[in-house]
Ligand binder design. Sequence first.
Ligand code: DGJ
Length: 536
Amino acid sequence: MKRIGSTILILSIFSLHCLSQSAIPFLKRRDTTTQLIVDGKPFLILGGELHNSSSSNLNYVKPLLAQFAAEHLNTALASVCWDMVEPREGKFDFSLVDGLIKAARANHLRLVLLWFGSWKNGVSTYVPEWVKTNQQRFPRVQRKNGQSLDMLSTFSQANVDADAKAFAAFMAHLRLVDGVARTVLMIQVENEVGNSPESRDHSAMADNALKMQVPTDLTDLLVKYKAELVPWLREKWEAGGSKTSGTWEDIFGTGDDPDELFMSWSYARYCGQVAKAGKAKYALPMYVNTAVSTWQKAAPNKVGVYYPSGGAMPRTLDIWRAGAPAIDILAPDIYNFFDERPAEYHTAWNALFIPEMGRDESYIGRIFYSIGQYDAIGVAPFGIESVPKFAEALGKSYELLASIAPIILANQGNGTMGGIWLDKDHPKKKLRVGSYTLNLGTSRSYSSTTPEYPVGIFIQTGPDEYLVAGRGITVGFTPETPGDPIVGLVSVEEGKMVNGHWIAGRRLNGDEILSGHGLRLDGDYTIQKVKLYRYH
Ligand code: DGJ
């Protein structure tokens, strides 16, 4: 009775915050891309991930959320830690989660919550005391020499069951307190999983599993999606004769590669079971994040040393696809070697979401690139609360992107959008966007200083019309369709988007364009609309 009474009270407190129920956020395939649908419409996460411990105390996190909102973020990524929500087995305390949601709502922010369960960066520092101190019931990874590590083993059903039970309780609570207002958009399951410093777990349970046949869920997927497999995996499988049965070594050869595939399968299975248990209570989109920064092109015999073995790496995405169907997105955390990563994770079946990225100004350009070129459903530099200068710069770029977000979202998957950054090593770029190639350069105005990282996003809005947003760039146009070869400007207008409406500013001509044939986006962030014509 007491329990029913408190449930009703919680429900009514949270329900007062919203007037009507909106549909649960979900992912929707559209043309060549996938979109995140929130409140029935595509949504662009302009986010920031809080430092790991920031959400462990409400007094600490509240001003940070206010700061995020002032910096034009629309979403905060915040951790929810197993040890704090289930301090005693079966006794849950979700007061922090409730406080976080309330504070986010007060600042008109959405949340993506990160379940720091069995692992955070491969180790098990966030598991509750009753798990940490009972090694017999909750076995750990073992090294070759028999020494245990501070990492729960993926091969123990007791481990996965305990985590899944706690996660399911968390998701059930979330549905109760947020199933109407939908402040929480997505859930990250665990954090940067993987085995290290060796390429696999050497416990007896792992040794036994390695001797087993590769599960048919995986071999079936290899056969079914052969044409779209990551080339490295397909080549490895074909080199071994495209076998559909056998052990990991039978099918994928020897060395540390099969260890990595075997561990990827095991982590995928584990995270997939945790996600499935949570989704049974409340089916928000769920993703895993992966430490790709130290990948170093997967040097031979360095798996586990250069990077944790078993995360959803660029070369093991298909293993995760087969092993964890309840996980909706495989996401990269990108701190370096940025150029190639978005393309690797934006696939025919995977949406690009970047839950962590670096936090110097060059990353603002990477945001334009990820959103403009690869239809990212969202981005979130890590720990911006400790770099105020960067947070301010990020805020300015988010303000611009938020104002044109409806146009960005309407053009995802259409081939009518592009995005770039320039820097001193790449002062010029060419980019095909729709029916023109854009010739991009660095603007050197007499009226303003050139920013260190010029950026731009380009959207074709009509047969000969573009919307360009950014700063510090020049834009020329080369036609890619039959007709007259030379491109002129009919008109150029600067302006702003306010609540989806274009508010025109100056009409640009003379010194404010590139002598009749191109645009210059000087000074701070700006939006220009251009109409082109062609002659000979
Ligand atoms: C990656 C992890 O996923 C984060 O939780 C955090 O530890 C950052 N690294 C720190 O750079």
